[in-house]
Design a protein around this ligand. Structure first.
Ligand code: ADP
Ligand code: F6P
Length: 320
């Protein structure tokens, strides 16, 4: 391939810039031209593309967000949308694309590949909910941010002998909530993958109270059916402990990427371009048992991600 494109799509994730940088520089080092595509699939539909130089990705490795901007693009779910994207690729000579995003973005990449534009997916989302990979770029930074925020909450929760019910992002998955919950020593963790009603949490609070505990942190994944406000109300009514709800929200998506995210992104971006340089598309880059591998995109989209039930049990055992 002589010219490839790169885009970021779906929710931004810290480390996406490091991935873009790696893609651009790997491709340039191989003598390829790189077209940056702005705002995910929108840029392909609207022809918002530009040639990237080595300096376009200077001073970005340490920055959160994405210099290519990102978006959710409903039009890309239609055949007309994909056809417009293919036309843009033809116009600019884009022969293959690195798509950095989540499962939804991979579906778009699959559709584009079906229309003759080979794509390689790089996993980028704070949720770590992509089935084909053990790790997604942004997860480590988001966990560390959530942990720091809850550490701050803990100070005030402790001073007032309160209960803090904290909502952590993750869309329909509880991976971010579980790791954050373990890291902050939460009394209870609620995730969509494991049935746990507020009754169980109240019992746990009562139990730890008997052991002398006076303040309580409950970490709740946003995918859990009940809102943190409702959960806090029920806890306060049942235990008499003053309870406050906190939604961490989009702060979890920003900030300087951690070492892990920068390094993973650098490896994964490089691996994606290596594939395209050999004319190989329809693949996704994955982290598997300590290695960077790649899988067929169709196979990847069929996979199911196991939840870390052992981790959940450990968290439950040691919160007393
Ligand atoms: P993520 O990539 O983080 O999972 P989304 O699910 O929002 O985020 O998907 C990002 C974009 O990928 C969507 O806005 C759309 O442009 C494209 N996309 C999502 N699902 C599909 C699909 N089924 N077919 C084609 N494109 C899709
Ligand atoms: O996929 C990343 C994510 O931050 C999820 O954790 C969350 O559910 C969603 O995106 C929020 O999306 P938006 O930025 O559109 O509010």
């Amino acid at each position: 391939m002589k010219t490839i494109g790169v885009l970021t799509s779906g929710g931004d994730a810290p480390g996406m810039n490091a991935a873009v940088r790696s893609v651009v520089r790997t491709a340039l080092s191989m003598g390829m031209k790189v077209m940056g595509i702005r705002r995910g699939y929108n840029g392909l539909i609207n022809g918002d593309v530009f040639e990237m130089t080595v300096r376009d990705v200077s001073e970005v490795i340490h920055r959160g967000g994405t210099v290519l901007y990102t978006a959710r693009c409903p039009e890309f779910k239609t055949e007309e949308g994909v056809d417009k994207a293919v036309a843009t690729c033809k116009e600019y000579g884009i022969e293959g694309i690195v798509v950095i995003g989540g499962d939804g973005s991979y579906r778009g990449a699959r559709d584009l590949s079906l229309k003759g534009i080979p794509c390689v997916g790089v996993p980028g989302t704070i949720d770590n909910d992509i089935s084909s990979t053990e790790y997604t770029i942004g997860f480590d930074t988001a966990m560390n941010t959530a942990m720091e925020m809850v550490d701050r909450l803990r100070d005030t929760t402790q001073s007032h002998d309160r209960c803090s019910v904290v909502e952590v992002m993750g869309r329909n998955a509880g991976h971010l909530a579980l790791q954050t919950g373990i890291a902050v020593g939460a009394v209870a963790i609620m995730v969509p993958e494991i049935p746990c009603d507020v009754e169980n949490v109240i019992k746990k609070i009562e139990l730890t109270r008997k052991n002398g505990k006076e303040h309580f942190i409950i970490v709740v994944a946003e995918g859990v059916e009940k809102s943190v406000d409702q959960i806090a109300k029920e806890i306060e009514a049942a235990t008499g402990v003053e309870a406050r709800a906190t939604v961490l929200g989009h702060v979890q998506r920003g900030g300087r990427p951690t070492v892990r995210d920068r390094v993973m992104a650098s490896y994964m971006g490089n691996a994606a371009v290596e594939l395209l340089s050999k004319g190989i598309g329809n693949r996704v880059i994955c982290y598997d048992k300590g290695m960077i591998i790649n899988r067929d995109i169709y196979e990847a989209l069929q996979m199911k991600k196991p939840f870390d039930i052992d981790g959940y049990r450990v968290a439950d055992t040691i919160s007393m």
